[in-house]
Design a protein around this ligand. Structure first.
Ligand code: AMP
Ligand code: GLY
Length: 425
């Protein structure tokens, strides 16, 4: 089977790594890929949002399955275009991807189908939004409706801060994405992610994971795409997992099918596990990055039949097998990330670190320049390790981090603290 994987991050390197282990694979193409995927397949210099050229490439190379990593090509309708050309695609249609690309759309869907989530209001106009705020309690959660690269959520502690956030968002701070806003009830609890794959009707549950969104130790500093992750997440007891499937994932898949926009691909549920059980914060129409990387380290079965089954409506009877071991991941990022940073510094020692037992290193923002590996992105390398316990996995990941020689990089030193606290009690 010839597979074309779209994207260039750590998530895509991990997917490529897992796909490359499949006996069903004959050729792996990655567009655009990164130095990590280059070792597993053929990197093709196509931008992930260049829909026309991706479809042409898939057609010319007689690709059997396209797997889409990031959300931007999905929101641009890549899956629709591929399906029209008769090329199976793992990833939802533009319409189904609205569960990620419009927060208001998702909230209305949850309300209609009784999916547990935060109470909310949708607004295009500041006076009505501020009147609604007055009926809520602090902290106030204000979101731009559209895709805002993970930055479109403001949690305001006071009413004046919340009002300023409303004025800024509706005033164009996030462009079109903020033309409409959603104001939500603040949900208390522990945040965690759960993943499931569906062909629009059948569902294969995956597993839970947790990431660390803040840049610095102690979960402080600005929000990032994620500075580390681990799986399993102890907060997902079998009961919680069962509730997530029956109260959130299954009704969502049914609702989208009933609306005539069946969802094909991975549903990434961002959840708050609180005193009343799990509630949905948001969906993403893609795998989490870096959560995908730790899931791939724990997956023991072949991923390709499930990806193909989801893309072709043949998921019935399929399942995954997972190791009970813990997988942990530490992100090495460029100093300055998530703000501005210098590019091009040389990174040494990656091979030595990757040679350690139970360690795999996934590339994200790296490039080869004059034969040297250099840092070109914000999140640059993903150091993953597995272990019998969370403590073993985390320790091994940090031993690997210490082997990498990149003075201009940084990482958090406390990845997995919640999990380790639970293990100790
Ligand atoms: P989102 O982009 O919707 O995932 O929101 C970004 C982050 O804001 C989430 O990861 C949560 O940490 C936080 N958040 C969003 N909505 C809520 C909510 N209703 N209650 C509490 N925290 C929230
Ligand atoms: N790790 C968070 C995300 O992928 O959105």
């Amino acid at each position: 089977m010839k597979i074309l994987l779209i994207g260039s991050g750590g998530r895509e390197h991990a997917l490529a790594w897992k796909i490359a282990q499949s006996p069903l694979l004959t050729e792996l193409h990655c567009a655009p890929g990164n130095p990590g995927t280059a070792a597993l397949g053929t990197n093709v210099p196509l931008k992930d949002t260049d829909i026309d050229r991706i479809v042409t490439y898939a057609w010319e190379k007689a690709i059997d399955l396209v797997v889409v990593g990031p959300e931007a090509p999905l929101a641009l309708g890549l899956a629709d275009r591929l399906n029209k050309a008769g090329i199976p695609c793992f990833g939802p249609s533009q319409e189904a991807a609205r569960i990620e690309s419009s927060k208001g759309y998702l909230k209305d869907l949850c309300a209609e189908y009784d999916i547990p989530t935060a109470a909310y209001g949708r607004f295009e106009e500041a006076t009505a939004a501020k009147a609604f705020l007055a009926s809520m309690c602090a902290p106030y959660v204000i979101k731009a409706d559209g895709l805002a690269a993970g930055k479109g959520v403001i949690i305001a502690e006071t009413l004046p801060e919340a009002e300023t956030a409303i004025d800024e968002m509706l005033g164009g701070r996030f462009g079109e994405a903020g033309a409409e806003i959603v104001i939500e009830e603040f949900l208390p609890g522990e945040e965690a992610s759960f993943f499931a794959i569906t062909d629009g009707t059948h569902i294969v549950p995956m597993i839970g994971a947790q990431d660390h969104k803040r840049a610095f130790d102690g979960d402080t500093g600005p929000n990032t795409g994620g500075m580390g992750a681990y799986s399993p997440a102890p907060v997902f007891t079998p009961d919680v997992q069962q509730q997530v499937m029956s109260e959130i994932i299954e009704p969502t898949v049914k609702a989208l099918a009933a609306r005539g926009t069946p969802y094909c691909g991975v549903l990434y549920a961002g959840l708050m596990i609180g005193p009343d059980g799990p509630r949905l914060i948001e969906y993403n129409a893609r795998f989490g990055d870096p959560e995908c990387q730790v899931m791939m380290r724990r997956m023991q079965s072949d991923i390709v039949p499930v990806l193909m089954g989801a893309a072709t409506g043949k998921l019935e009877g399929q399942s995954f097998q997972w190791t009970d071991e813990t997988a942990a991941l530490v992100v090495l990022a460029n100093q300055g990330y998530p703000g501005s940073y210098e590019k091009g510094f040389v990174i040494r020692g990656v091979e030595e670190a990757a040679a350690l037992s139970d360690v795999e290193i996934f590339h994200a923002g790296t490039a080869m320049a004059d034969g040297s590996l250099t840092a070109t992105g914000g999140r640059v390398l993903n150091i993953t390790a597995t272990g019998k316990t969370g403590r073993d996995a985390i320790r091994q990941a940090y031993i690997a981090v210490d082997r990498i020689d990149w003075p201009e990089g940084f990482c958090r030193q406390d990845i997995g603290w919640r999990m380790l606290e639970r293990e100790e009690t």
